[in-house]
Design a binder for this molecule. Structure first.
Ligand SMILES: *[C@@H]1O[C@H](CO)[C@@H](O)[C@H](O)[C@H]1NC(C)=O
Ligand SMILES: *[C@@H]1O[C@H](CO)[C@@H](O)[C@H](O)[C@H]1NC(C)=O
Ligand SMILES: *[C@@H]1O[C@H](CO)[C@@H](O)[C@H](O)[C@H]1NC(C)=O
Ligand SMILES: *[C@@H]1O[C@H](CO)[C@@H](O)[C@H](O)[C@H]1NC(C)=O
Length: 692
């Protein structure tokens, strides 16, 4: 699994309602601090000239009705018992439902007009969540009773300076309608040479990018590869006798009871599998080497995904030091299951941000921006748009050899595919909770539109990576003073995605034997390899999972003290997991010993990185069959799966050790190691063909 760890950046916080003591006496306005930085911007040491034009954006307060109702809306379209099951929403309907109320828009607009910002200067963003206008620094300082600072020491710097303030004020009756304003406590990157008010809307929207003060470092790693068993080299690549040693595509078919598609069969151009990659790139020759050995009569050489390059993402590449492991695994798993169906590759980022020595970056926000333009400026939980931990564009830094991306952040340039598989993640404690909640809202919106999103659960059992995995630059093990509190992985902990754990065929077992939860206790760089699972500290148990988790606690109550509501810091009983958190994972699929060619040689890969595209590919097959009978995409499948667990092979053997424990145990029914179990293709197909 490609697990990019990001250290939480110091975040600005929303100040309370303290009233400003020293307002100019001429001000009749009832002004309050709306936001204030905990620590003032150190880098922004120069006062901004009054005639610099600022791209002002006002993030409007989220629609409370939408916030309160959105889970119900998703339930309505995804609960097989609901009348509106399968009636997915259009993107326009989502914008309408989630936009701020008319009262909010009108109140804020009126306040601006009364304070000298003419109506014609104010525009409303695509997702209706923002009001935008240009204002000179002087106008904005008066409006918000603030002072702007920047970091440009030279004329050249001024072309891409960072501008922000340490605090700003709003009247009481406006505060309730405003999430936050940029530039403000959250800085923007902009050109200080622009000093007049004559620019077009396009220029304006291109100007504002989010805070550039990223101080985080990311490192990435993946499961260490295993050597290809020497005595298997000359053997029949597709023999079912050795699936415990090398899991060929033929073994996957036998295990989950399906056949490879006929490559001559027509397929729907609308049903393409989406795969996300960051900082990892496929090589065509390696894919061909794999096809040639394992699926030569099905997948022709040269078969490759369609690249949807996001913010400079590239693929394929030759000869880069850290190429291939994740991408090659994903495509080698998916193509044999779905070909002649096609794959869309959502490749984010550029080499600079993704490389081991590069700057820090968040995961997924730039991807979500690219497939849903309305996400670029979506406000929720005090977060609007991308944050300090996300990459900013155009790339300011990075060695020239890495060809930093010089374009703007991409918003809404691609369409999401019906099914998207993501084998990347971090841990919940690595990113601000508000950041993760906002992202999870977006997964809900995609689910409402009929997109099925699968995430790999992670490869580190109930803990995180051990010290040293990232060159000693970070410690991601377990939480708490005693370093023994379990660490849920994310973004797979969002309840509106399908979270996939890993199983394996145990040594000397065959495809006809029940699988077990994956477990390798070997001294690997990342510690034990076991399927990440447990209970979220951020998200509570979603409705569709309540009965399954209750049953698990009855059948196989874990032998550890616990806490509630994610408050591990306050547990006085030594609790190590959140008793009422969203359970991880939902389902599982084989995640071990998959053959992958890299630089012309075969080795064995694995991880939940293998499990997610495997499960996703089967869902894409099912959608294809549904299209043939006039039905459509599946959308959010968890409610259907939890209501019909017999379509999965229940895994009852295995554990996921970590944090000095043996972790949780598999049990009959759902468990926090392998979820509901692995796919039983004919049963899954039958169920989903029968649904509307
Ligand atoms: C496909 O590519 C592989 C790897 O380069 C090669 O060994 C094989 O001969 C090719 N097959 C065909 C039909 O060209
Ligand atoms: C599998 O079988 C081989 C040969 O019979 C034996 O040496 C090995 O110990 C077995 N492995 C396990 C895990 O049972
Ligand atoms: C947890 O403890 C911290 C400080 O000890 C306190 O500020 C916070 O309110 C507590 N949270 C809960 C839910 O008890
Ligand atoms: C691996 O699992 C063992 C068995 O529970 C445990 O003692 C050990 O701490 C684990 N290693 C890591 C790095 O979590």
């Amino acid at each position: 699994m490609r697990w990019l760890s990001v250290v939480q950046a110091a975040a600005a916080f929303l100040a309370g309602a303290d009233i400003v003591a020293a307002l100019p006496s001429s001000s009749p306005r009832d002004l309050h601090v709306h936001e204030r930085r905990e620590v003032s911007h150190q880098r922004l040491h120069r006062r901004l000239d009054g005639d610099v034009v600022l791209p002002m954006r006002i993030g409007l307060r989220q629609n409370e009705n939408a916030a309160a109702q959105s889970e119900l809306w998703l339930r309505e379209v995804s609960d097989p018992k609901s009348e509106n099951f399968g009636k997915h929403w259009s993107a326009d309907k989502i914008v309408e439902a989630f936009k701020p109320t008319d009262e909010t828009v009108d109140t804020v607009r009126k306040w601006l007009v009364e304070n000298g910002i003419a109506k014609e200067r104010i525009t409303h963003s695509d997702n209706k969540g923002w009001l935008a206008f240009d204002a000179t620094a002087k106008e904005a300082e008066t409006l918000l009773q603030t002072e702007y600072y920047h970091d440009a020491d030279t004329h050249h710097d001024a072309k891409r300076a960072t501008v922000g303030s340490n605090a700003y004020h709003l009247p009481g009756h406006i505060r309730a309608h405003v999430d936050y304003i940029t530039p403000g406590v959250k800085s923007v990157s902009m050109n200080l040479h622009k000093r007049r008010l004559r620019r077009s809307t396009e220029e304006r929207s291109e100007d504002a990018t989010s805070d550039a003060s990223a101080t985080t470092k990311s490192r990435n790693s993946r499961r260490s590869r295993k050597a290809f068993p020497p005595d298997m080299v000359g053997k029949d690549a597709n023999s079912l006798d050795t699936c415990d040693q090398v899991l060929s595509p033929a073994c996957v078919q036998a295990l989950y009871n399906f056949k490879a598609p006929n490559p001559q069969d027509p397929v729907s151009p609308k049903n393409v599998l989406g795969i996300f990659e960051e900082g990892d790139y496929y090589e065509q020759l390696d894919l061909d080497t794999f096809y040639h050995k394992y699926v030569s009569s099905q997948v022709p050489n040269g078969t490759h995904p369609k690249l949807e390059s996001i913010d400079g993402g590239v693929a394929p590449v030759d000869n880069i030091a850290d190429d291939g492991g994740e991408s090659l695994l994903d495509f080698c798993v998916a193509y044999p299951i779905i070909y002649p169906q096609e794959i869309t590759l959502y490749q984010t980022d550029d080499e600079y941000y993704a490389a081991d020595g590069g700057g820090g970056s968040g995961l997924f926000n730039t991807f979500l921006d690219a497939i849903d333009g309305s996400y670029c400026t979506y406000s929720a939980y005090g977060e609007t748009g991308n944050s300090d931990i996300d990459p900013t564009y155009p790339d300011k830094e990075g060695p020239a050899a890495d060809n930093p991306y010089q374009g703007q952040l991409m918003c809404g340039v691609y369409k999401p595919t019906n099914v998207i598989s993501i084998s990347y993640g971090v841990y919940e404690q690595d990113q601000p909770y508000a950041y993760q909640r906002r992202q999870c809202d977006e997964y809900l919106k995609l689910a409402l539109q009929g997109v099925t999103i699968l995430f790999a659960s992670g490869d580190t059992g109930v803990g995180g990576y051990t010290y040293g995995t990232f060159g000693n630059s970070g410690y991601y093990g377990c939480l708490g003073e005693k370093d023994n509190v379990f660490t849920p992985s994310q973004a797979c902990s969002c309840p509106w995605v399908t979270n996939v754990g890993a199983t394996e065929i145990f040594p000397n077992k065959t495809v006809s034997d029940p699988e077990q939860a994956v477990l390798e206790m070997a001294d690997r760089p990342n510690g034990n390899y076991s399927s990440s699972g447990g209970f979220s500290n951020i998200f509570s148990i979603p409705w569709y999972q309540l009965a399954a988790i209750e049953l698990y606690y009855l059948v196989d109550n874990p032998p550890y003290p616990y806490y509630h509501n994610g408050h591990w810091q306050n547990a006085t009983n030594g609790g190590v997991y959140n008793r009422n958190g969203r359970g991880i994972p939902d389902v599982a699929a084989n995640g071990d010993n998959y053959p992958v060619a890299q630089d012309g040689r075969f080795y064995l890969s694995g991880g939940t990185s293998q499990s997610a595209p495997l499960f996703a590919s089967l869902l894409n097959r099912i959608i294809e069959e549904r299209i043939k009978i006039g039905k459509g995409a599946l959308g959010f499948i968890n409610p259907t799966l939890y209501a019909h667990p017999y379509v999965l092979n229940d895994i009852t053997e295995g554990k996921n050790p970590g944090c000095g424990t043996w972790g949780f145990s598999c049990a009959p029914g759902w468990d926090p190691v392998t979820g509901l179990g692995t796919p039983n293709y004919p049963k899954l197909l039958e169920l989903f063909l029968a649904l509307p």
